[in-house]
Every structure is written in C-alpha cells, then in structure tokens.
Design a protein around this ligand. Structure first.
Ligand code: GLN
Length: 246
C-alpha cells in the first residue's frame, strides 16, 4: 500500500479558522484512493522528530500571540526543517506559518519574531491595527500547469515583501500586501499562502497537487491519482468566484 507521512506542527496553537481541517482533507482524499496517510503531531516540548522522514510538514496560521509563543521552540527545529525541505519534503504553510519561514515577522507593536530564514521574504504589520487585510480572496494559480482560480479567506496584519515566486495572482482581495497582485510563495515543494478556509476543502486541485508530489517524490514511475468526484466543491467555489469577480 502507498504511504504518505505527515508532520503537523503546533496544531494546538496555530489553527486559525480551522486550518487543521486541511489535514482532514488530505486524509480523506488519500483514503478514497487507498493511500495510507499517517499524521504525526509536534508541538512545544515534544521530542525532536526526524523531520526528513516526513513527506509533508504542515503549519497553520495564528494570532501574533501564538506566533510569539511558538517562536523559540520553532527556532530549535530550524536545522531539521531546513534539511527536510532541501531533501524534498513538502512544506505547506498557512498565514502565520508562512510568515515564520521567512526572515522575520514584525507585528503592529514593533515586536520582531525571527523567522527560520528558509526563504528571502519578510513580513511587517502596519502600526495601526485597523489596517488588516480581511475578507474573501480569489487567487489564480498556475502551479498545476493549468489556470486554477482558488478561493479562501484572509485575515492578516502582516504585509509580506520580497516574494520572488508567488503562489498566484490576486483576482479579488489583498494577498501578500494590502491590494497587492501577488499571493503566497511557491516552489515545487512549497506552498505558503494567506488563504484560510480551510483552503484545501475549497480547492481540491491544490490538495491533489500536494498528495501527488508526496507520492511521487521518491518513486521511479509516475503514480497517477484516481479522479474523485469534486463536483460539489467546484460548484461551491464557482458560487464564490461569481460573487467576487462579477
Ligand atoms: N498574526 C499574523 C498577522 O496578523 C498572522 C495571522 C494569521 O495567521 N491569520 O499577520
């Protein structure tokens, strides 16, 4: 049986708008295809895991306070996560998790949380707490080789700068910065995004991109995913896209 091993980090602290639901979606879509999916959790004071033994490392989003709480512990994991990423482990990062893989996150009070510095971007929140990017968002991504319009919900003060390879182009909403054209960060084995939702429940193509990457990364022949019936998800998303884009 095929197997995907996932490490879900700080599920007890970084779970804004049900971000943990993303793991439920991955598990469900694997189960429907008879792919075994093991999800281990890691949080503050857990034993240090072997990060490189995982196909996917997942971190959700959270408020500034939670980000501060986990930052010291996260910094201890830096070498392990970096090595895993360099060995091809997939990193899926939502909002607060996205910010903390960059150089730093400076919150509205000027407190700076050091990021792991895996990527060159950095994030700064404006001094005014009223200036947040909040609301539904539609993003066009080409990561699957086709245009896919994904939807989600964003709520962040942080403005992320210096993103060289975004996840997609903003069609409605804000994205990396207030009224920006770019959303998230992307590499073959990294999706970092401001989209909550949970985002995978609304955008099946992105789930399958991740599952397919994880299954194939160490496989000599390409394993194709069995198609699932996503008609309801696609219909729901279209309602939102019609509302936002027309
Ligand atoms: N606290 C961060 C910000 O406001 C991240 C928020 C989030 O994860 N939604 O920018």
């Amino acid at each position: 049986m095929k197997l995907i091993k996932i490490l879900h980090m700080y599920a007890d602290m970084l779970d804004l708008y049900g971000d943990s639901g993303n793991m439920e979606v991955i598990k469900y879509r694997c189960k429907m295809r008879e792919i075994e999916c093991v999800v281990d959790t890691y949080s503050i004071d857990s034993d240090m895991p072997d990060f490189s033994s995982y196909d996917l490392i997942y971190i959700g989003g959270g408020a500034d306070l939670e980000q501060q709480h986990i930052s010291e512990d996260l910094s201890k994991c830096r070498e392990g996560i970096k090595k895993a990423y360099e060995n091809g482990t997939f990193l899926f990062l939502i909002c607060g998790g996205y910010q903390l893989m960059g150089k730093y996150y400076r919150d509205a009070d000027g407190n700076e949380i050091k990021g792991l510095g895996l990527f060159d971007y950095y994030t700064v929140a404006p001094e005014s707490r009223r200036m947040r990017c909040i609301g539904n968002i539609a993003v066009r991504t080409k990561i699957t080789g086709k245009n896919v319009d994904v939807v989600g919900f964003e709520n962040h003060g942080g403005q992320t700068h210096d993103v060289k390879t975004p996840f997609g182009e903003v069609r409605y909403g804000n994205g990396n910065c207030s009224k920006s054209q770019q959303e998230g960060y992307f590499e073959k084995n990294v999706i970092a995004t401001y989209l909550h939702g949970p985002m995978l429940s609304k955008n099946p193509e992105i789930s399958d991109y991740i599952i397919s990457y994880c299954l194939n990364r160490n496989s000599s022949e390409t394993i194709r995913l069995k198609k699932l019936d996503d008609s309801l998800e696609i219909k729901c998303r279209q309602v939102m896209l019609d509302r936002l884009l027309k």
